[in-house]
Design a protein around this ligand. Structure first.
Ligand code: HEC
Ligand code: HEC
Length: 437
């Protein structure tokens, strides 16, 4: 339990640090002030010769994020896998990206978006929603990565820099040596002080802090400029088809998508389209992931093998963190194993998984092997609540028209929508900007 508290403090402090730098007070800032754990202190209490401003840190982080010389092969930057034109997801349609010492080692999971991660709560096995009914234990939620194994964005950044599948540096010192010899060395000294490279451990913290601060930059990572946000602010209208999609998305008897991907404003806050919870959807195995050539290999998410602290929890096997659906229409791969490449197919999976399993799973000797990416003993973990409460022959939860309309609705979640001058004028006139429910 003590360990969990420390991890929480670290993650809250991450938000608090960024908030204090950007001058935007958040609840997290208060929480961190009230409860600053040892882990948080050791990271954030680092003293650099120069105290960087938020803007300097963010600019430093952006430079490092796009710098391929930071990888062992000098070919992969963070942006090679997390492309800003695709919601910081992969630019190509490959299920997993390549990295590593030669830049050719295949990864194990689809590259997630890096947008709208600013509110990811610290990982907890017993998440209690403080805005809803606080007596309900909603089970595991939060943390970074598909399995929540990183407590904060700076802890997370360590992984790709040192992972043999990603940037494959041998050590933190090796990363610092590259920065010191690279094109951003002068900027790094300006940011953290002239002698920063003399202490490699401190300089590595600087790298992580800069990357973390950049990834909290609102205009790039959480701008809330989608058409749907404009609609929620009464600055745009949805088409009939988009409205129809939103209705099917929210309707508990049809998509029931908002059960895990909440779409409504809450206490004045725009929706995140994720509750950060862990669910086993039973998506099909992806033969395009080289590790899957071994039939004994299973990516079980929360219970391992990448995450190692919950392997004894069979009840968590197959569970992955619910992703936000913001900007999902500009992503090229879907689900944790990238088995789906078209948004319409991802939505169709929800409509067909139980009604038409033959369209999704392989057949062996005439028998359809449902949930073929999960050993049989974990099939009971797979979600069975609407839209997953049907059997072959039942009326479908979602019609083909519903699926098409939901896709149209999901496209309204893409940032960069330009609000027309007429709508803006109207919005300003209606002095009381009452948010839609
Ligand atoms: C070779 C491809 C690759 C490179 C390079 C890479 N990443 Fe990632 N990134 C991934 C994959 C794959 C995951 C998901 C890993 C998992 O769930 O186990 C991920 C996950 C993340 C996450 C967690 C997202 C979430 O939803 O919780 C963050 C943050 C992140 N990466 C930041 C970075 C940063 C910063 C860099 C550069 C220092 C970087 N990545 C470099 C492939 C890459
Ligand atoms: C029971 C919770 C739950 C419900 C209900 C649900 N989702 Fe999901 N959704 C998830 C989880 C968990 C994942 C990731 C699963 C994985 O990768 O194994 C996901 C992934 C997705 C993805 C892929 C996103 C990406 O970036 O990879 C899309 C698209 C999606 N959901 C749309 C929908 C739609 C549309 C509905 C309603 C028809 C819906 N979801 C209902 C939990 C849910």
């Amino acid at each position: 339990m003590a360990r969990l508290v420390v991890a929480c403090a670290a993650a809250w402090a991450a938000a608090a640090w960024a908030a204090s730098l950007s001058g935007q007070p958040t609840d997290a800032a208060g929480a961190a002030a009230a409860d600053s754990g040892a882990a948080a202190q050791s990271f954030y209490a680092s003293h650099f010769e120069t105290t960087p401003t938020a803007a300097a840190l963010s600019a430093m982080g952006r430079a490092l994020f796009f710098d391929p010389s930071l990888s062992a092969a000098a070919t992969r930057s963070c942006a090679s896998c997390h492309d800003p034109r695709h919601a910081f997801g992969p630019a190509d349609g490959a299920a997993v990206e390549r990295g590593g010492i030669d830049g050719m080692q295949p990864g194990l999971r689809a590259v997630p978006s890096l947008e709208y991660l600013q509110n990811v709560p610290p990982f907890s096995e017993h998440f209690v929603d403080d805005e809803g009914d606080d007596s309900i234990d909603q089970g595991p939620a939060g943390g970074f990565n598909w399995d929540g194994r990183s407590a904060s964005a700076h802890e997370q950044a360590r992984i790709p820099l040192l992972s043999p599948f990603e940037m494959a540096n041998a050590s933190a010192d090796a990363v610092v040596a590259k920065v010191a010899a690279g094109t951003h060395a002068a900027q790094f000294r300006e940011t953290f002080g002239a002698h920063v490279f003399a202490d490699a451990a401190l300089a590595f913290k600087g790298v992580l802090l800069a990357l973390e601060t950049y990834q909290q930059e609102p205009t790039e990572f959480h701008p809330y400029t989608s058409k749907y946000d404009a609609w929620l602010r009464h600055q745009a209208s949805l088409s009939a088809e988009e409205r129809r999609g939103l209705d099917a998305f929210n309707d508990p008897a049809r998509g029931n998508c908002a059960r895990c991907h909440p779409s409504a404003m809450r206490q004045g806050a725009l929706p995140q389209f994720t509750d950060f919870g862990y669910i086993a959807l039973g998506v099909p195995r992806n033969a395009a992931i080289p590790a899957n050539a071994d039939p004994r290999y299973h990516d079980l998410g929360l219970c391992g093998p990448l995450r190692t602290d919950l392997t004894a929890h069979g009840e968590y096997c197959g569970m992955f963190r619910t992703p936000s659906l913001r900007n999902v229409a500009i992503r090229r791969v879907f689900f944790h194993n990238g088995v789906v490449h078209r948004l319409a197919d991802a939505v169709r999976f929800y409509a067909e998984r139980d009604m038409h399993p033959e369209k999704w799973y392989p057949r062996t000797s005439g028998v359809i092997r449902v949930f073929d990416d999960l050993p049989a003993e974990y099939h009971a973990n797979v979600d069975r609540i609407a839209p997953f409460d049907r059997r072959p022959g039942d009326p479908p939860a979602l019609s083909a028209a519903d699926v098409a309309a939901i896709v149209d609705f999901l496209k309204t979640l893409t940032d960069g929508y330009v609000v027309g001058w007429k709508n803006q004028a109207q919005a300003v006139q209606s002095s009381e900007l009452k948010a839609r429910p």
